[in-house]
Design a protein around this ligand. Structure first.
Ligand SMILES: Cc1cc2nc3c(=O)[nH]c(=O)nc-3n(C[C@H](O)[C@H](O)[C@H](O)COP(=O)(O)O)c2cc1C
Length: 177
C-alpha cells in the first residue's frame, strides 16, 4: 500500500518537513511505499492502493494559502510559484470517506496569532466528504521565509515514525475517532 504526502511550499520549509515525515514513515518494520507529492501534481481521484494521506501546507492569513497570499509570498521572495495549493486540491478531489487523512502545517510562532493551515484543512476535508480526518502537527519557522526552528526536522521525522506505528491508520483499520 502507499502513503501520499500532499503538500505545497512557497519558501521550501514545508517541503523539507514533508521529506522528513517521509523519512520517518519509511523507517517502520514493513514500511508502506511513501511518496511526497506537490498539491499541483496530486491526484484528483485517489488510487485504490493509497491507504493513508498526509496533507500539509504553510499557514497564510490564519488558514491555508490562497492565490492572493501566494502572490504576497512571491513579493516577499518565495522561491516557488504555486498555482494549486492544498486548498484548491481539496476543493476538487473526489472524496473517499473512509480513507484516513492527517494534516500538518508550518507557521511562525507569534504569541496570540490564531489559526493554522492544518486546522483549516481538516475543516475543508470534512466538508468535502472525508470522514476520517485528524489535525496533526504544526512545525515552526523562525520567520516568513524560514528557516525551520532548530530540531523541527527531527521532530517531523519522529512524527512520521509515530504515524507509521499507529494501528488505527493501517490499511483495513476502521475509524477509531
Ligand atoms: C502572505 C503570508 C501570510 C502569512 N500568514 C501567517 C499566519 O497567519 N500565521 C503564521 O503563523 N504564519 C504566517 N505566515 C508565515 C508562513 O506560515 C511561513 O511563510 C511558512 O510557514 C513558510 O513555509 P514554506 O517555506 O513552506 O512556504 C504567512 C506568510 C505569508 C507569506
Amino acid at each position: 500500500m502507499r502513503t501520499l504526502i500532499i503538500h505545497e511550499s512557497l519558501f521550501g520549509n514545508t517541503k523539507a518537513v514533508a521529506a522528513a515525515i517521509k523519512q520517518g514513515l519509511s523507517r517502520g518494520k514493513a514500511p508502506d511505499h511513501v511518496e511526497v507529492v506537490r498539491a499541483d501534481e496530486a491526484p484528483g481521484v485517489i488510487p485504490d492502493d493509497v491507504s493513508l494521506l498526509i496533507v500539509g501546507g504553510p499557514t497564510h492569513a490564519f488558514s491555508m494559502t490562497r492565490e492572493s497570499t501566494r502572490k504576497d509570498a512571491e513579493t516577499k521572495g518565495a522561491s516557488e510559484h504555486v498555482r494549486t495549493g492544498i486548498r484548491e486540491w481539496i476543493d476538487t478531489v473526489l472524496p473517499k470517506p473512509d480513507l484516513p487523512i492527517v494534516t500538518f502545517d508550518t507557521r511562525v510562532k507569534v504569541k496570540l496569532l490564531p489559526g493554522s493551515a492544518a486546522k483549516s484543512a481538516v475543516r475543508a476535508l470534512r466538508a468535502r466528504g472525508f470522514r476520517r480526518v485528524e489535525q496533526g502537527e504544526t512545525f515552526w519557522v523562525e520567520d516568513t521565509d524560514g528557516p525551520l526552528r532548530a530540531g523541527e526536522l527531527v521532530r517531523a521525522e519522529e512524527w512520521g515514525h509515530d504515524l507509521a506505528s499507529r494501528a488505527d491508520l493501517r490499511p483495513g483499520a476502521t475509524a477509531a475517532r
